[in-house]
Design a protein around this ligand. Structure first.
Ligand code: CIZ
Length: 319
């Protein structure tokens, strides 16, 4: 007989999470790329724009953010009076790591006339050096809102910046960064998927490479893809060019349609780190608290608020 503690079953973990959530007066947010069981237990599932809006408004005292570091930071920037917990400390974002505040300060010296538009997938320090943030759900509108031909320094996703430049004709200075998961999706993989599922429409995320995006029937953020899939007739099928986590929600919300991953390699290892046990431990031990120093927070908040206010004025609804 060994007397090691036995692992809790999923059912037991879910029960404990439910109890702890009440005790802590917590809300659980999960990004669309999280594992299915995490999405299913969350109070809200969405993209970073939707979740940051919820984080800003929730009456809950504790926000458990099942996602990656920059998302937890964004929630902490918007809700300094709440405790924001990231269940997995190491869940970072390779795309966010492509830009540091120091690099951005140098780029601003090089392009002193440029307005800085930063993808929300960035650190709080980088946001603090930014004029206005954007997400993949509103990048086109935010870029379009920049008046005249003022250069736009678009940080840090090259592919999203390239797509926004193509759609708006704006003068965009691109940053050398990418999401390795999306950048991996090749035109060859799409051609292969189309051969396998010739009836299916190809829906794709703008973090994919320009030559891959050329093959898409629809390009949009995760919330954009959810909305688009919903608008299509029953029986429709789709090849989905984004992180595979989205397929769970797509299929759940559209049981009369079929969704195929564009490639088996569209997996973000950071997004897949969260487990039920991490969420339970997070609530139990109040770990890991996301902290943003006050000085950085205030500057970063101005850039996030600028985005939220502009998005609200446009009445961009993501659902
Ligand atoms: O903005 C987000 O949440 C990301 C990373 C992707 C998307 O399109 O939802």
């Amino acid at each position: 007989m060994n007397d090691l503690p036995k692992d809790l079953t999923s059912q037991e973990l879910l029960q404990q999470i439910g109890r702890l959530k009440k005790e802590r007066e917590a809300v659980i947010l999960a990004h669309n790329y999280q594992p299915p069981e995490i999405q299913d237990l969350a109070d809200f599932t969405g993209d970073s724009l939707e979740l940051s809006m919820i984080a800003a408004k929730t009456p809950a005292k504790v926000i458990v953010f099942c996602g990656v570091q920059f998302m937890g930071e964004t929630a902490a920037i918007l809700s300094p009076d709440k405790t924001v917990l990231l269940p997995v400390l190491e869940a970072g974002c390779t795309l966010a790591d492509y830009a540091t505040a120091e690099q951005l300060r140098e780029a601003k010296k090089k392009y002193p006339n440029a307005i800085v538009v930063t993808y929300v997938n960035s650190s709080a320090e980088v946001k603090a050096e930014t004029d206005i943030c954007c997400t993949s759900a509103n990048a086109i509108q935010i870029v379009e809102s920049i008046e005249g031909n003022r250069p736009i320094l678009f940080v840090s996703d090259y592919n999203l910046g390239h797509y926004a430049a193509k759609k708006t004709g704006k003068n965009i200075i691109l940053w050398n960064g990418c999401c390795p998961t999306h950048a991996l999706l090749s035109p060859f993989a799409i051609a292969k998927a189309k051969k396998k599922w010739p009836e299916a429409q190809v829906i794709m995320h703008p973090e994919c490479k320009p030559e891959t995006l050329e093959l898409a029937d629809f390009v949009g953020s995760t919330s954009g893809m959810l909305k688009y899939a919903k608008s299509q007739p029953a029986g429709a099928s789709f090849i989905v060019g984004t992180e595979v986590g989205l397929l769970h929600r797509l299929q759940k919300e559209n049981p009369d349609k079929t969704f195929h991953p564009a490639s088996d390699y569209l997996i973000c290892p950071m997004m897949k780190m969260t487990t039920l046990k991490n969420v339970k431990d997070s609530l139990e031990k109040m770990q890991y608290v996301v902290k943003v120093p006050a000085e950085i927070r205030l500057k970063a908040k101005a850039a996030v608020d600028a985005m939220l206010q502009y998005t609200a004025s446009l009445k961009i609804t993501t659902k």
